[in-house]
Design a protein around this ligand. Structure first.
Ligand code: M6R
Length: 608
């Protein structure tokens, strides 16, 4: 939610800020703005709507050898508007800030500042921060920022600049991400690495409470009480090209097509002599043997991946698994203690609800393993151990490759656990491991069916409502297929356990209703077929997604059938989701939707 960028150096600061914001636009895109010093004077330019509007306003402007900050917003407090866009300035206009996060006590702070004669011009929670900093500012900007944040409750990542301190940006974070880019003769801040990769690969992930003073020639770091601290940089391995579309019309389809590679990247380094090797995670077989119950916590797509995790862990390792929505878990006074093994799943590693759930679990004594994609993210740093998905940078708001690599990690964990616990014979273990190893090539085969799915989507993009049904693992998949469709095409969609339809929802099926039936599990296919017949009998049009080996059984109920290459049934989730991702993509394209930046959404949900 919201993207922050800041630059101190000799280049024209405006294109640097705009370029950074372009890389962060996935974080929010309802308004944007920049503030920079030019000839020592503060300039602030803001525009409502996507970044393109701001780009037009700043075109041709130049401010070299200076500092600046920029922001792209996802509204929480106050509608998307120019007044509510960041940067926000103090009353005299010589101090500007950008903020990502939520200030929970802003109303009390606002009332107290108003009593001191301060006039507010926006409806945001952020504006209190700039007035507080101004109020405390004497002769050291970082001290004023430090005092101001001591009054705040909530989460924040901040970039602050002032005419009185024309060489420096002060940055601080609490529970919202902020990374410092360490360049040569130039230094930067940003909410996420892509915004600074063009300038440097050396970064420092600011920890909660730390304050950074960023100048052209160096970066100073301080702890919460302003003692200087050492900077231990991390070198980013990603390539800048990963943040480009590379000729694809959208990031989403690029990321869908990257899945064979990223699945192999996630799997291969963890296989040794046909077995799962977890040295990097630091979980020994002895530790795995002791696991008695598991709770998997996540949001959105990661929650759907967790559901697949539940089915397979319970089936193979015979350990009970609960799956929790992170935003629910944190407030339910969960029954959890040191006997619980918790897995948190998060692509970004910065989802506020997931981070809060992780902390809640740790507070209650649970061991927490993260499955995360972003190296150095909060989730990755705060968990006891991390199993990284190797999806690379995922930019489209709709998660695709992060989902399948999360599944791959959950499968690896499941097989390792089942084997360590003696619930899987050596031959079965090795056969299952090779079942996983076959998946990347099968995903590549399915991508060859893109045209079929495109055609089907173009015949159906005017649908008002689509149902996804399946049983067992197929139900877990149906949930994700349905989310993909609704989030990018704005078509109402529901996922249902196929056997549950007749208990109410089948009332919504009428002549012509589109139903996507996922039928990949041999042990359940007969039952699932009966459920499909229940909807065809009521006039539904059915798209069946099944494996080659079940094609003949399923063809009679299908108006359209997509046969994916045969895989081990337990692993077919990673293949069967691909047609659903492609179908959702083309439905949205045909409707003319902004596929990579769907309305009301942001990639990284860093607010509660
Ligand atoms: O970064 P996270 O995996 O923690 O994000 C969780 C959800 O916000 C995310 O999976 C969201 O549902 C997807 N972008 C939807 O495609």
């Amino acid at each position: 939610m919201c993207g922050i960028v800041g630059y101190a150096g000799d280049k024209n600061v405006i294109p640097v800020l705009i370029g950074g914001l372009q890389k962060l636009e996935y974080r929010g895109y309802d308004s944007a703005g920049v503030a920079y010093l030019d000839g020592g004077k503060m300039n602030v330019i803001k525009e409502k709507g996507k970044l393109a509007g701001l780009e037009k306003l700043v075109k041709g402007k130049c401010a070299e050898h200076t500092i600046g900050i920029g922001h792209t917003r996802w509204a929480t407090h106050g509608e998307p508007s120019c007044a509510n866009a960041h940067p926000h300035i103090n009353m005299v206009g010589d101090l500007a800030i950008v903020h990502n996060g939520i200030i929970e006590n802003y109303l009390q702070l606002k009332e107290s500042l108003e009593r001191k004669g301060i006039r507010f011009v926006s409806q945001t929670d952020t504006e209190v921060i700039v007035h507080l900093i101004h109020y405390y500012l004497k002769d050291d900007l970082k001290e004023a920022v430090s005092t101001a944040i001591s009054k705040l409750k909530g989460s924040y990542a901040l970039g602050v600049i002032s005419e009185r301190f024309p060489d420096e940006i002060v940055a601080v974070r609490k529970d919202s991400p902020l990374v410092v880019g360490l360049g040569k003769g130039e230094n930067l801040i940003a909410s996420d690495i892509p915004a600074i990769l063009e300038y440097t690969r050396d970064v420092y992930f600011l920890n909660n409470g730390e304050i950074a003073v960023i100048k052209k020639d160096g970066v100073e770091l301080f702890d919460e009480v302003l003692n200087p601290i050492a900077c231990e940089p991390y070198t980013v391995e990603w390539d800048v090209s990963q943040a480009e579309k590379a000729g694809y019309p959208h990031f989403m389809i690029k990321e869908i097509e990257e899945q064979p590679r990223v699945l192999a990247d996630t799997l291969t380094p963890r296989l040794k002599d046909g077995e799962v090797c977890f040295d990097e995670v630091g979980l020994t077989d002895d530790a795995l043997k002791k696991i008695k119950k598991i709770t998997i916590i996540a949001c959105g797509t990661a929650y759907h991946a967790s559901y697949v995790g539940k089915y397979i862990i319970e089936r193979f390792a015979r350990v009970p698994v609960e799956v929790e929505i992170a935003s629910e878990f944190r407030y339910k006074n969960p029954i959890m203690n040191g006997d619980n093994f918790v897995i948190v799943v998060s692509q970004s590693g910065e989802t506020a609800d997931t981070i809060a759930a992780l902390r809640e679990a740790k507070k209650r004594g649970a061991y927490v393993m993260a499955i995360a994609n972003v190296v150095g993210s909060t989730v990755a740093r705060e968990a006891d151990s991390v199993l990284y998905t190797r999806a690379g940078m995922e930019i489209a708001v709709a998660s695709t490759k992060a989902y399948t690599t999360q599944l791959m990690c959950l499968y690896l964990f499941c097989l390792k656990l089942a084997y360590a616990k003696g619930k899987m014979a050596p031959e079965e273990y090795r056969a299952n491991v090779s079942g996983l190893a076959a998946i990347p090539d099968k995903v590549a085969d399915i991508l060859g069916q893109k045209d079929l799915l495109q055609k089907f989507a173009y015949e159906h993009f005017t649908e008002k409502s689509v149902f996804y049904i399946g049983r067992g693992l197929d139900y877990a998949l149906a949930m994700e297929g349905s989310l993909k469709l609704k989030e990018i095409s704005y078509i109402h969609s529901e996922a249902y356990a196929a056997g549950e339809l007749k208990h109410g929802t089948i009332a919504l099926i009428e002549e012509g209703t589109l139903v996507v039936a996922v039928l990949t599990q041999g042990d359940l296919i007969e039952k699932a077929l009966s459920n499909v017949k229940e909807v065809t009998a009521r006039g539904a049009v059915v798209l069946v997604i099944t494996q080659e080996k079940y094609k003949d059984m399923a063809k009679d109920v299908a108006d359209k059938l997509i046969a994916i290459p045969d895989a081990a049934d337990f692993a077919a989730t990673m293949t069967a989701i691909i047609p659903m991702q492609i179908f959702a993509y083309y439905m949205a394209v045909q409707k003319g939707c902004d596929v990579d930046k769907p309305r009301n959404l942001a990639k990284s949900v860093t607010v509660e």
